[in-house]
Design a binder for this molecule. Structure first.
Ligand SMILES: [Ca+2]
Ligand SMILES: [Ca+2]
Ligand SMILES: [Ca+2]
Length: 701
């Protein structure tokens, strides 16, 4: 009975949903004679006529042609109703099959050139003064609070010129977004091109408190008088996937993109090339927000001030975060810095891994797992004699096989890039084609189906051997090692580990939440199952912070003096183990050998935390001690590197030879003692992979 009712309920829901999405198809074709829009023959000849009758759920199919807003006034704009889908790129009646669709061939152009007199300009900055553009529409397209079912697909948007003064941060209207203003909402924008639009900020797009998702879009030759040649995101959550941001210009900051006012910007698989700004950030300028960039290329961007590729933060020191992973950064020029962050915004707010950062106007010193010498690209881009960027092909050369996008085929080179298989062995290889070495590459194509192949000197194997994980035509101990590294990847119970700064970590599964040495906790998560305290110093045992993470059932575990001071909890001594069901703890001694801060007699602690499938070692405040040799298999070791009170970076690196963890994380730096330089020294000297974490960063073990 209950099941029947569930099904009935589902049917009702389904029918309600379907009612919402079933709409009519509306046709637009300048070759038609003008009718109701019900068929290609009876199509509207103007897009604005179709928009006037479109309702949520309707799909407007638009034939090739150039479309302008209804009125001949600069405030005229195509306002897209929420829930309406617009698809361009159809042949229409001018072709043999009106339904034939090819976005590149049958260009559906939405133009702000009201008089149809626009002259092409040689440089985007001329858009601002070119007389033929002075009557153009301020904003070609406007989206107000459009939901994700609102889709613009296969359109070219051009000729917008937003010259009005005003503060777009206050009134959301004038000031930017010559091509498009996205005011609230979460519209979807696919396969669209934004070409030769201009505005005071955000030449192509001004996004205000909105979360649009854009895929396979191209932004080319747009101009902003102030910031963001192509797109500015103010608050909200902007996502660009497989987009190209090319040859845009900003009069102040952010030649391509600007992220500000607590906005989140996520870029994946994008190319940011040949953009320029007079101020900061040739490619991107981010001020007071969060920027996450994966598998992107930054090539030939130019900033008059700092950050040829990317500039993070400004003199006001607002909170910014940058995560740059698997990117290729080359040929960028600035007065100072290729990826530049404001002095007040020290790492770990900035996290850069698995990136090729090479041949820019200056070097960038970044941690392990990045590459800063010649990566052997298929074709490096270059600056020509007129100072124009000629873009390249950043696939890595390989004797075993490189994807050639021009020929759409795999080719073999006479040399092999050192970036192949230079990634973190603990990371999955993703979609890298065989032979992939069992290890992910470095750079923008690493982990993708376009990753260059591993070369072992023998050419391709004659036959594929079962068990040959790395594809070197041999089944040997190397294959077993690679297999073991990834053995637990699909373990159902995921273990997450977050660094909270200093020696504080949060470790959790679906079953249990453990904090170790909580200190300077922001907010009051109140989610701890167990709090582990290594010793009674105030930066490790902080009752105020324990109160923030603890809930009603939380148990404190630590050495005798901590438990005594707290008034309740479980005492753990070095060598003792504690079985708590979802987790097993082993107390490990932590003490000094060449200083007096942490006497051995105090029985202060480090911990081995056994949590499904993983053994994690938190060393506490300690020097290099013999106990580290007997810990057994350790997946992750968190080791102090700051010196003065604990091991310094070199001593901690020596400790990794005793512990031999699969991964080490430096701690006890960045707050009271120790610096990023200590963490980096540790990373360089350690006998195992090292992850330098940023405060708040979470990794999955
Ligand atoms: Ca014009
Ligand atoms: Ca590989
Ligand atoms: Ca092998």
């Amino acid at each position: 009975m209950k099941k029947a009712r569930t099904i009935l309920f589902a049917v009702v829901i389904l029918s309600v949903c379907c009612e919402l999405v079933i709409g009519k198809v509306i046709y637009v074709d300048p070759s038609a004679s003008g009718g109701t829009g019900a068929t290609w023959q009876d199509a509207f000849t103007q897009l604005h006529a179709a928009l006037a009758v479109a309702k949520a759920g309707d799909v407007i199919l638009v034939a090739a042609g150039t479309y302008r807003p209804a009125q001949q006034v600069r405030t005229a704009t195509f306002t897209i109703p929420s829930g309406v889908v617009i698809r361009g790129g159809y042949a229409g009646l001018a072709g043999p099959d009106p339904n034939a669709r090819d976005v590149g061939r049958y260009r559906t152009v939405l133009s702000g050139d009201l008089a149809g007199n626009d002259v092409t300009v040689a440089d985007p900055c001329q858009l601002w003064t070119e007389p033929s553009r002075m009557e153009n529409a301020y904003n070609v397209v406007t989206l107000n609070n459009a939901d994700p079912s609102t889709i613009l697909d296969g359109l070219v948007i051009t000729g917008g010129l937003e010259t009005r003064t005003g503060n777009p941060r206050l009134d959301g209207g004038p000031g930017g977004g010559g091509g498009m203003v996205i005011n609230g909402g979460n519209p979807t924008i696919l396969d669209c091109s934004f070409v030769s639009n201009a505005g005071r900020s955000g030449g192509a797009i001004l996004c205000i408190n909105a979360g649009p998702r854009m895929s396979r879009c191209r932004f080319e030759g747009n101009y902003a008088l102030t910031e963001a040649g192509a797109v500015v995101a103010k608050a909200g959550d902007l996502t660009l996937e497989d987009c190209q941001v090319v040859g845009n210009v900003a009069g102040t900051d952010g030649g391509g993109l600007v992220n500000r006012d607590s906005a989140r910007l996520s870029l994946k698989g994008c190319s940011i090339a040949g953009n320029r700004s007079s101020g900061h950030g040739g490619g991107i300028f981010a001020h007071n927000g969060t920027v996450t960039i994966d598998h992107c290329i930054f090539a030939g961007n130019k900033a008059g001030a700092n950050g040829g590729a990317i500039k993070i933060g400004d003199a006001f020191g607002a909170a910014d975060r940058l995560s740059l992973n698997f990117c290729t950064v080359t040929g960028n020029i600035a007065r100072v810095g290729v990826v530049h962050w404001q002095g007040a915004l020290l790492p770990p707010s900035v996290s850069i891994t698995h990136c090729i950062i090479w041949a820019n106007s200056d070097q960038l010193t970044v941690g392990a797992r990045n590459w800063s010498s010649d990566p052997v690209f298929a074709n490096s881009g270059h600056w020509d004699q007129e100072g124009r960027w000629i873009d390249g092909d950043y696939h890595l050369k390989s004797q075993a096989g490189r994807w050639d996008p021009a020929g759409q085929t795999w080719v073999q080179d006479d040399v092999t890039s050192p970036c192949i298989d230079a990634g973190d062995p603990l990371l999955p290889v993703g979609e890298e084609p065989f032979p992939n070495g069992g290890i992910v590459n470095i750079g923008a194509y690493a982990g993708t189906w376009q990753a260059s192949k591993s070369y072992f000197g023998n050419g391709p194997c004659q036959t594929i051997l079962a068990g040959d994980i790395n594809g070197d035509c041999k089944v040997d101990a190397m294959d077993l090692q690679l297999l073991a590294l990834h053995w637990l990847e699909d373990h159902k119970e995921k273990v997450h580990l977050q660094w909270l700064g200093h020696s504080a970590f949060k470790i959790w599964t679906s079953q249990v939440v453990i904090y170790v040495d909580p200190y300077k906790i922001s907010g009051s998560p109140g989610d701890a199952t167990y709090v582990l305290c290594s010793h009674s110093h105030g930066d490790h045992y902080s009752p105020g912070d324990i109160a923030k993470v603890a809930g009603p059932g939380t148990q404190l575990i630590g050495p005798a003096d901590v438990i005594s001071s707290y008034g309740k909890g479980i005492v753990l001594t070095p060598g003792q183990s504690l079985d708590l069901g979802a987790v097993r703890l082993i107390g490990v001694r932590a003490c000094n050998t060449n200083k007096t801060n942490h006497p051995k007699a105090n029985n202060w602690l480090g911990f081995v935390i056994e949590i499904p499938g993983k053994r994690i070692y938190h060393a506490g405040d300690t020097d290099l001690i013999d106990e580290m040799k007997g810990l057994g298999l350790i997946d992750v070791a968190m080791l102090p590197v700051g010196g003065t009170y604990t091991m310094n970076a070199t001593e901690a690196a020596t400790a990794t030879t005793h512990i031999q963890p699969r991964l080490a994380i430096p701690m006890h730096w960045g707050t009271i003692v120790g610096s990023l330089a200590d963490a980096q020294t540790f990373a360089q000297k350690a006998a195992c992979p090292v992850q330098i974490m940023s405060v708040g960063q979470t990794i999955e073990l």
